[in-house]
Design a protein around this ligand. Structure first.
Ligand code: ZN
Length: 217
């Protein structure tokens, strides 16, 4: 999870999200089988309106696992952080929406807890909550964090399955590629290719300093 800053809600969403959420909640109350479909506003489905705005927020990376690019079998979807089945009134709340890969979208919504981390939470930083294990590519709670922070990191890894489905191997691959490219690249180009890599939290801004600390395994 790479930190990001949420831009202000678009005006049209700010104006209507509560009404739209109430309407969806009412339909769910009347019929528990009622399925969520993005509504259309001024002739355009809301998910089509929202995708580019949410993509901009995370630089087109999955908000949770930081996967990129999203068109390689993991086309982008919009995730409701507070699951819409349990929080239907938040179905259109701007702060509740994240760009998300198909894998992260498959999380078990029945396990939702407010302790889950989100990348635009004030004070969130990868290093604060997690450490990366070079040996096996897994991320783990930072042992130097408070107990509460470690618990939040653990739940986040567990619910988003951040250490399964090939992600540790993909992290190792990406880091190897990073090392190779790092030597061949000039600093001015690095920001650009880091922004187009998955797992940016490993290759972060301080790439120079960070690279010096990467043990050769
Ligand atoms: Zn993801």
């Amino acid at each position: 999870m790479t930190p990001c800053t949420r831009p202000p809600s678009p005006d049209w969403l700010e104006e209507h999200w509560e009404t739209w959420g109430r309407e969806f909640a009412k339909r769910r109350d009347e019929d528990s089988q009622h399925r969520f479909n993005w509504r259309t506003w001024q002739g355009k489905p809301l998910n089509i309106r929202l995708l580019p705005l949410l993509s901009e927020m995370t630089d087109s990376h999955c908000a949770y696992c930081d996967w990129f690019p999203m068109d390689t079998g993991t086309d982008p979807t919009i995730d409701h952080f507070h699951p819409k089945a349990h929080f239907p009134q938040l179905a259109y709340a701007w702060e509740n929406l994240y760009l998300c890969c198909r894998q992260c979208q498959e999380k078990d919504d029945n396990r939702f807890t407010e302790e889950l981390l989100r990348p635009d939470e004030p004070g969130y930083g990868f290093e604060r909550f997690f450490i990366y294990k070079y040996a096996n590519g897994e991320i783990c709670p930072n042992p130097a964090a408070t107990e509460k922070e470690q618990q939040r990191a653990r739940l986040t890894i567990d619910i988003f399955k951040l250490n399964s489905r090939g992600r540790p191997q993909a992290r190792k691959r990406e880091l190897k590629r990073f090392r190779e490219r790092f030597h061949e690249s000039v600093p001015e180009d690095r920001d650009e290719w880091i922004s187009e890599s998955p797992f940016r939290y490993l290759l972060c801004e301080e790439s120079g300093d960070m690279f010096a600390n990467i043990p050769h395994v």
